[in-house]
Design a protein around this ligand. Sequence first.
Ligand code: MG
Length: 159
Amino acid sequence: MRIGYGYDSHRFAEGRRLVLGGVEFAGETGLLGHSDADVLTHAIIDALFGAAALGDIGSHFPDTDAKWKDADSTKLLSAAVTELRAAGHEIANVDATVICERPRLGPRIDEMRQRLAAAMGVGIDAVSVKGKTNEGLDDIGAGRGIAVHAVALLFERFE
Ligand code: MG
């Protein structure tokens, strides 16, 4: 078994769509970023690459590459998982904590889990997403952006 940890944060920016875990939150302020700025999916990708010791999201999908401009991050997640499987790894489970003052995530948690599970080719029971506020503390608490912590557990596939 191998464990990996991922972290990401993005600041809010007017005129952008908000996408978290592949789910669009219509009417909410979006996040600044080269891709769709899906901070949840990015943290999970880093947890997975970290568990496999295969670098990080920036080394695989550089934000200097026009190919990833406005990219759907769940496609990057699928590509990352394809790479992990090619290296003999399989996903045991993923757990993520999304920290933001808004939007309220509760009603959309299962939708995000479903989208992420589909992108990784695992069951929804292997994917946990939890939402928290930062109780008004620091920049995240002041509502300036969203931060995500994620962990992933991989196991070796024997054939
Ligand atoms: Mg990011």
